[in-house]
Design a protein around this ligand. Sequence first.
Ligand SMILES: NC(=O)C1=CN([C@@H]2O[C@H](COP(=O)(O)OP(=O)(O)OC[C@H]3O[C@@H](n4cnc5c(N)ncnc54)[C@H](OP(=O)(O)O)[C@@H]3O)[C@@H](O)[C@H]2O)C=CC1
Ligand SMILES: CC(=O)C(=O)O
Ligand SMILES: [Mg+2]
Length: 621
Amino acid sequence: MFSTVPRSLLCCTNAIGPNRALAYVLSKCPALEPTSVLCREYHEVTGNIICPNVVRGIDHLRDPRLNKGLAFTLEERQALGIHGLLAAKFKTQEEQLDICRISIDRYEDNLNKYLYLVELQDRNEKLFFRLLAENIEKYLPIVYTPTVGLACQRFGLIYRRPRGLFITINDKGHIFNILKNWPEPDVRAIVFTDGERILGLGDLGAYGMGIPVGKLSLYTALAGIKPHQCLPITLDVGTDNQDLLEDPLYIGLRQRRVRGKEYDEFIDEFMEACVQRYGQNTLLQFEDFALPNAGRLLKKYRNKYCTFNDDIQGTASVAVAGLMAAVRVTKRKLSENIYLFLGAGSAANGIANLTVSAMVAEGLSERQARERVYMFDVDGLLSTRREGGVPEHAKVFGKDIEPEKDFEACVAKIKPSCLIGCSTVGGAFTTNVLKQMAKNTERPVIFALSNPTSKAECTAQDAYDHTEGRCIFASGSPFPPVNFNGKEFRPGQGNNSYIFPGVALGVIATATHHISENMFLTAARTLANYVSEDDLSIGRIYPSLAEVKEVSVAIAIEVAKTAYDEGLVSIYPTPTDLSQHMRSYLYNFCYECQLPDMFPWPECSKVSYKNAKGRHFPCHI
Ligand SMILES: NC(=O)C1=CN([C@@H]2O[C@H](COP(=O)(O)OP(=O)(O)OC[C@H]3O[C@@H](n4cnc5c(N)ncnc54)[C@H](OP(=O)(O)O)[C@@H]3O)[C@@H](O)[C@H]2O)C=CC1
Ligand SMILES: CC(=O)C(=O)O
Ligand SMILES: [Mg+2]
């Protein structure tokens, strides 16, 4: 029997179509082993040539995973039955990339650029990923924050072709069957959301699908994880966004969110179905769940599944990396800072907890480290004396101090050296707040991490302007370079996209079955080590985005080492060369020859194929 049937083993025939022909051959020869035998047998039966692993004819061009457009060679065009379906000109992938760049530049509106890229991904996957991977700085803001936020808000309008799975609460009891409808059997990573906290834009329900799709594009573009191993999913349990419930374009369930027991059972079933379908080691990334569920579900599942919450753990890692790199400028150890968070939700708590771990590594006790961390949420400073007390999810950061509802006053009173915004409140770092930070310390650290750009707590320009150019700034969404007193600053992007692709690569490539907290501290250290003096001199506490692919591999290697040290992997023996092992996993962004290499008639000319017995088969030209 076939033990390793290729993913899309189809045969070519002009007579009855590839699927039916293959089914026919298989039914006749169920015990066939090597594919080449199948080819020969099939040829004996039908007189047609089978191209294993190859969809022929127009279907080949319509498959984005196979399509190369005008880059198909004459031999490929002939062998694949697409000769004549393409214009005569042959183009290299490089020439095609130029055309893509020109095409995108024609659009002024970023949403149109986004749509162009979506369409490219649907048409020619390798071209899309190579374009993205080679132009990260230019196109990351389109496929990711900020434009992806706009795309989610308009998802009902721009939704065209299926990408990923929508699983609704009505599918409860049948989730495994829905997963079976996904055409790829070799999924290694699933990024999923229930759409309740999409960036800082709130509850976007099923419109949130843009986020798992965008995140998984970065799995491939930034870490070389193969696209067919990635599955984006939206869990549609309704929405409490009244505008969407009334939006005629809305594509999700038009009902209020299901919560409580039924929601929990639904998520339980989903988690179980994923591992049942794709195996124990399937990486399950929670993305953009709202505060009441994010931390709670992480706690519930973190020791039972190969899972992490990107908004809590990935964000923590990138922020701590930034803090570590900033030490080289401020000359203050992490344990010498005072931290004030605006926002006390998932991201803030994730960052605060990992910062505490980093301070403990510097020698503080956990209690001493926590004493250096303050938080301020919608009801003011997290004071144990305030009305209603400190919310459960941030209990450990509550302080026995006078309550304070005025943020500016709080910054003056607590005198933080690091101010970290994860509040979803655009402009919350006012001129006075920033000026106060400049008074608090010589080199204040200011992170405006909320996304998209409209939700950033301050702009890069404001941060430098109001701190006399002395601050160390990073933001979740990109800002253009800033000029202050004749000096140009190019602040970095404190975004979890520096972390999750590398962590995922490390986990997938070693079949790690559990993702430990330590891995995120390791990832943070690795990222911080990549920051050069040149980066710091232009105000950047992250490596340039052009280096992110290399950084992702480095993170993957370090994460894998941690996983081996902690006994969390399923691949033994430990590869002697982890770097080589990791690199062997990477996606090839360049076109590959699609002449069937398992073809039993390897000798190929422009006019005919010669089989092993020396018989010629004419090409259809
Ligand atoms: N740069 C990056 O890599 C990442 C950035 N983010 C961004 O961080 C932001 C927050 O995400 P997340 O933590 O998951 O969201 P949460 O909803 O979990 O947390 C938001 C927090 O902000 C508080 N808040 C809301 N309004 C105010 C206000 N007016 N003043 C003070 N605090 C306020 C909330 O308080 P309350 O609960 O009381 O309402 C809550 O504590 C988002 O914009 C997200 O895009 C998130 C992950 C990664
Ligand atoms: C970056 C990210 O994960 C967020 O803003 O939610
Ligand atoms: Mg997120």
